[in-house]
Design a binder for this molecule. Sequence first.
Ligand SMILES: Nc1nc2c(ncn2[C@@H]2O[C@H](COP(=O)(O)OP(=O)(O)OP(=O)(O)O)[C@@H](O)[C@H]2O)c(=O)[nH]1
Ligand SMILES: *[C@@H]1O[C@H](CO)[C@@H](O)[C@H](O)[C@H]1NC(C)=O
Ligand SMILES: *[C@@H]1O[C@H](CO)[C@@H](O)[C@H](O)[C@H]1NC(C)=O
Ligand SMILES: [Mg+2]
Length: 470
Amino acid sequence: MNIYSVLVLFISVFVNAENLTPFDLDKDLNTFNNLNTNYEQTLYKLWEAHSEYIHHPLTLELQKLDKFYQFNYVDKLNLLNTYNNSFDNVPSAILDDIYEELPFLNHSIDNLKKYKQNTVYILIRNFELDDICKTILNYVNRVKYPFYDFVFLNDKAFDPYFIEKTSHYILSRINTKSDTLSKQLITINYGLINNDVWDPLNKIEEYNPSLNITELEEKWKTQELENVLYGGSRSYRNMCRFQSMNFYKHPIFKKYKYTMRMEPGVQYACDFDPFLELNEKTKYAFSIALLEYENTIPTLFDTYKKYPNLKYKQAELFKFIEGVDDGYNRCHFWTNFEIISLDWIQSYEYNSFMEYIDKTAGFYLERWGDAPLRTLAVVETLSIDEVQWFDIGYYHNPFSSCPGSLHARKLRKCTCDLFDHDKSYKPKDDEDSHEYRVEVGLQDFSCLNEWWRYGSGKEFSFKDNNNLFI
Ligand SMILES: Nc1nc2c(ncn2[C@@H]2O[C@H](COP(=O)(O)OP(=O)(O)OP(=O)(O)O)[C@@H](O)[C@H]2O)c(=O)[nH]1
Ligand SMILES: *[C@@H]1O[C@H](CO)[C@@H](O)[C@H](O)[C@H]1NC(C)=O
Ligand SMILES: *[C@@H]1O[C@H](CO)[C@@H](O)[C@H](O)[C@H]1NC(C)=O
Ligand SMILES: [Mg+2]
């Protein structure tokens, strides 16, 4: 692109911005649909032009970090932004206000720093704005102290309206004190993923010389005809690979220790806290476990068994995934809700396993999901007491789970109930209603039974040995 056409692009963006709705922007402007290969030239200028229209208080510093980019949204009151990125510089009167509102911190600045090492993480596309806003509203009302940071990642440019609206939902509260507190404490990070990381097939020779794009596309067509879920999709495969082995390499995550994954449209039916409820040893937490579709992973388990450093049957958690005849029972943690220790997922052990998996190209030859892959990595590298089951009401289309104990449901103020399994399937046109849910609990395709048996055991009583419900 020459200088002249770049200029024309910017000018036309600027001129048209006021006449376009955000969703027009999403569809019509190349910037939001093109692969992320030249941010400096496009996004930053576009953003500058568009930001006048939005009137937001953004700190506008697009940073290039190797193959990633980031910019942050903070309010004027944000303490870290005001006090040179350290709570140590924050005046004690302000800290005292914080301690009063967050009693579990026990007046300790170290606890405050620890609390702020947690972040929610969302990989998302611009058009999913409405769904994520519903989920965020649900989250801020279910988590008692929802002052954790957020990380949004996207392989395309974020629509400024998306940033404006999501940050508004995260920061704003009805209660004035909470409202101030969220603005003081929360940093919202918006990160961008370079196309080289997101879509390795773009440089297929470099990625894996044995692959041929024409042949891959043929394969995907066949898989789609064979009803392999998302079998025809290249972007879904990129997503699975990114969630398996790349998201945590974004430099944004350097300042965090734990992250909870959130997806647009999910619902939390009970009070919970993703980080205060973590056990000391926990490195991985999940809510739902179920069976993977067989036709998405025909050769995954055989590949796994050939991993050179394999623990396999020596692994403490192996029984959770053990099938008949040396096979895989297809149990996996459902990764759309997961809490991850970043030290663990950034470890050499985790990453050498994923790199081995990636070299076999199963992400693209078949349609390996990030859920079974995460599960195999958990089994290989963690012990039973490092994995925690979060028995909270959780719903991601079409499955839900609800605490089995009435006592827990009352304490957590759950709005879910345990369903009569035969009645839990509802007609398709009722999809949005609360009832259209398949309660996973004890169904055949649930793997909670396996977890109770071979994992941490069955615990229906509500644990209140944390500071959450004081
Ligand atoms: N930026 C970006 N995010 C994506 C892309 N594909 C999926 N995602 C996100 O990745 C997560 C998983 O994708 P989903 O489409 O929800 O996949 P799923 O949960 O297996 O299936 P459904 O929710 O049933 O569609 C969600 O948070 C999506 O928003 C993509 O191409 N680009
Ligand atoms: C802010 O922090 C940087 C790096 O930590 C340091 O070099 C600088 O002197 C600090 N500035 C103030 C005003 O404290
Ligand atoms: C890829 O495969 C197709 C069909 O088998 C073949 O025609 C083409 O030459 C191959 N491309 C490369 C770069 O090897
Ligand atoms: Mg989803």
